[in-house]
Design a protein around this ligand. Structure first.
Ligand code: GDG
Length: 773
């Protein structure tokens, strides 16, 4: 479980004094006039639940539609008020929309075109031109509010499908403003997206962001395909980059989550315990009866009628549960001005009545509908009380209810039945999967869940709780801010190193010492399909051997491979080798490893044995023992078996107190320490040259990988950082070379300079080389 104070400090550090500006349609607090005066309400919905804790922790400005009837009575003339009431942690700036805009933008285009389109419910989609015009107008309003609030170095974070055009308006007005966009709902496959007449404008709007983030890698794939097909954009799938309209957008998948600690604490609170007693009475839960729960906004994507049908099949097929199971449906009305939503509400209410009439007895009401709002501690109590929770969405970007249930299950008694069609399904493998379109299957899964032995339930919940605790809302936020900081540090225009050789020579040659720090795979050795076959080409070896003999040069190789592996593969004496992304390093004179990682080495060995036993029978799965870390490769594993690899990796990591990092077709299990190539290289330079090395040594760092970006960011000027790669990628490196071949040429050039300098050097007391100029 994460220490929230530490995490918040970490997020603040990542922001580095920049102001965070969130832009969303829904506001986090609504002021409504009631008989008792103005009341503040918190709307239900995943977005607010997820982001309010973050804003309370980090401060900043939240820009949103002022939808309450007393909203503008409590604000200043610019529509601003500090929230939450009493705590005043951040600024809320409300955008005023006209009734026509509300109808056309919110109810019209956002909720009757984009929502059904993205959830593949084309039967509900209406693409009206007037609604589109109003959608654009409202997006313009939001953008204007951002422009009024945002300092030049702000991080603007736009949310969801209501605001797809905002990044474009921001970019047009302020080309340098940093904007990222998070899309909370699915992004549909190309064949569905094609139904939308405005798909080009939508894509263009989103691609004006610097960073575009989805819930799931599949949504990223769909988006990249659409950018290519619709806009003819250049797409780099390996790096997740789109080159459109002369700019690059990085596209990522970061699954959203909940504030685990807060929900866990709330569920244990005395207030929640009081609510549990109250709710038992309200749903009529007696001794020996079990409670099954559904929690949803009343939305046709959530599969509520399908769930009711499954319950009908359950009571028919498993009559032994009649009289013993109570199903509580907690629902909140949503978008009731749209006919499809009103119809759904009637259908749900009718379905509940019918089920109660069919199966109910004077002593037992099988389905209880809870449409009235509950406070947060009431919701936590309901989750904690429920023996099972059913999430049966037909399509869902993530589904936070599933994660909330896990966080509130502090007694570890419950079973989660989770639709395979939610984003959450890919992460929460220990839930019981259901297909909402299969009523019999869902009924059978419910029976299985209710019969599941107590030990198995607890075991599954423990895995789920560990996973969500580690991948909580702060982790998600951290992923965004880390990606943002990489993009911010990057040069948008590629500076090809070959065009700047003169400048580089001026920086390298006058220095007393030169440190050359190089990544291995992709930088010195071409990438090959089987990592164990990667080898150093002869020309590279010769260049390195030449450099290492130069008295003023310190040469180091930093790799994600294990230390012994990288050393054996390069096999040149006199270098510094750093393995496991710098968790361990060795030169001919010293050897070091990260003490905390070293302490966990025996656990890593145990995890290697555990993993090997578990994935032995999975074709293509390879467990690579790297001493301080483990890589589980699955490049050649057939798709249906990847899940086995994933579950094994996470369960072993959890059992041994390690953490999992997912890479490209590889899971890495590592000790839970904050250490990356950046930290490692700084440590190495401090050790070799003293902490004032920037004054004394010229430093060149070259790498091609995402992990090298940490070093690019960590090494301040005058270090010369070089990205090896095709060049259409934002990178924090100062220069770029196209491929390994160009890197080798550069190393030879360096060797030439050094040879000449050594030849002309005049010995001096301090060992400094004379300036050649
Ligand atoms: C979108 C995406 C994605 C629901 N009913 C009641 C109630 N809720 C609260 C839940 C939860 C939230 O609303 C619902 O979140 P979801 O994630 O399930 O769904 P959406 O609202 O559709 O959210 C979704 C999310 O954005 C975040 O990115 O996960 O995929 O569709 O917090 O607890 N709360 C109360 N009474 C209710 O009756 N108090």
């Amino acid at each position: 479980m994460s220490d929230s104070a530490g995490i918040v400090q970490g997020l603040r550090d990542r922001l580095a004094g920049r102001q965070l500006i969130i832009v969303s349609n829904r506001e986090p607090y609504v002021h409504e006039r009631t008989d008792e005066g103005i009341q503040v309400e918190r709307p239900s919905g995943g977005l607010v639940a997820a982001l309010d804790p973050v804003m309370q922790a980090c401060g900043g400005t939240w820009i949103a539609w002022g939808s309450g009837n007393a909203d503008f009575e409590v604000t200043d003339p610019q529509g601003r008020v500090r929230v939450p009431p009493g705590a005043h942690s951040y600024l809320l700036r409300r955008v005023r929309l006209t009734q026509a805009e509300i109808d056309g933008f919110y109810y019209g285009y956002a909720n009757q075109a984009l929502w059904p389109l993205c959830h593949m419910a084309l039967e509900h989609a209406r693409f009206r031109r007037r609604a589109w015009v109003l959608y654009e107008a409202a997006n313009q309003r939001f953008a204007e509010a951002v422009l009024a609030e945002a300092p030049d170095d702000a991080i603007v974070w736009v949310h969801d499908y209501h605001l797809a055009r905002v990044p474009r308006y921001l970019r047009t007005a302020r080309p340098d403003l940093f904007a990222m966009h998070f899309w909370h709902i699915p992004w549909p496959a190309w064949d569905i997206l094609r139904a939308c007449p405005q798909r080009g404008e939508l894509l263009d709007g989103l691609l004006a962001s610097d960073l575009m983030v989805f819930q799931h890698p599949r949504h990223v794939e769909h988006f990249l395909e659409a950018a290519e097909r619709e806009l003819g954009a250049t797409v780099n799938r390996d790096e997740g980059l789109v080159d459109h309209d002369g700019r690059l957008t990085r596209v990522e998948a970061f699954p959203i989550s909940v504030d685990f600690q807060a929900l866990d604490g709330l569920a244990r609170s005395p207030a929640a315990e009081r609510w549990m007693r109250r709710l038992r009475r309200r749903v009529g839960l007696g001794e020996g009866q079990v409670l099954v729960l559904g929690v949803d906004r009343l939305d046709y994507t959530k599969g509520i009628p399908e769930r009711l049908l499954a319950l009908e099949r359950f009571f028919q097929g498993f009559p032994q549960w009649r009289g013993r199971v109570i199903f509580a449906q907690k629902s909140s009305p949503s978008r009731t001005r749209i006919r499809a939503y009103r119809q759904l509400q009637h259908r749900v209410e009718g379905g509940i009545e019918r089920l109660n009439a069919t199966f109910g007895t004077p002593e037992w009401k099988p389905i209880v509908h809870l449409p009235r709002p509950l406070p947060p501690e009431g919701m936590a109590a309901l989750y904690r009380l429920a023996d099972a929770c059913v999430v049966s969405s037909l399509q869902d970007g993530m589904n936070l209810v599933a994660k909330e249930y896990i966080a509130a299950q502090v007694d570890e008694r419950g079973v989660l039945l989770l639709s395979e069609l939610t984003g959450a399904h890919s992460e929460l493998s220990w839930a019981l999967p259901i297909n909402p379109y299969d009523a019999f299957g869902t009924a059978a899964a419910l029976a299985e869940g209710l019969m599941m032995p107590v030990d198995e339930r607890r075991q599954r919940l423990r895995h789920l709780r560990t996973y969500v605790a580690e991948h909580d809302i702060y982790h998600w936020m951290e992923q965004h801010l880390q990606a943002a900081s990489h993009v911010l540090a990057s040069r948008t225009e590629t500076r090809w190193l070959r065009d700047y050789l003169g400048e580089i020579a001026d920086r390298v040659i006058p220095r007393a010492r030169l440190a050359v720090v190089l990544d291995f795979d992709g930088t010195l050795a071409p990438i090959v399909s089987a990592p164990e076959r990667a080898a150093l080409p002869d020309r590279v070896r010769a260049a390195l051997q030449r450099l290492v003999r130069m008295p003023h040069v310190t040469l180091a190789i930093v790799s994600g491979r294990g230390l012994d592996d990288i050393r054996a593969r390069v096999g040149i004496d006199g270098l510094i080798y750093a393995g496991n992304h710098g968790l361990e390093m060795a030169s001919s004179r010293w050897r070091w490893s990260h003490p905390e990682a070293e302490r966990l080495r025996p656990r890593v060995a145990e995890a290697v044995r555990g993993l090997r036993t578990r994935v032995e029978a999975v074709p293509g799965a390879i467990v690579e023992d790297k001493g301080l870390t483990i890589s589980v490769h699955f490049r050649q594993t057939p798709h249906p078996l990847v899940e086995t690899v994933r579950v094994s990796a996470y369960e072993e990591a959890e059992r041994r107190g390690l953490v999992v990092r997912a890479g490209k077709r590889v899971y890495e299990l590592r000790p839970p320490v904050t250490w990356d190539k950046g930290a490692a290289v700084r440590w190495m330079l401090d050790r070799e040259f003293g902490t004032d090395w920037p004054q004394r040594a010229a430093v060149i760092y070259a790498g091609d990988d995402r992990t090298d970006e940490d070093a690019f960011v960590a090494l301040p000027d005058p270090a010369i950082t070089v990205k090896v790669g095709p060049g259409i990628q934002p990178t924090a490196a100062a220069f770029a070379v196209r491929d390994v071949e160009e890197m080798v040429q550069f190393l030879w050039t360096l060797a030439e300079w050094e040879a000449e300098t050594t030849a002309t050097a005049q010995p001096s007391a301090r060992g400094a080389r004379p300036d050649r100029g």
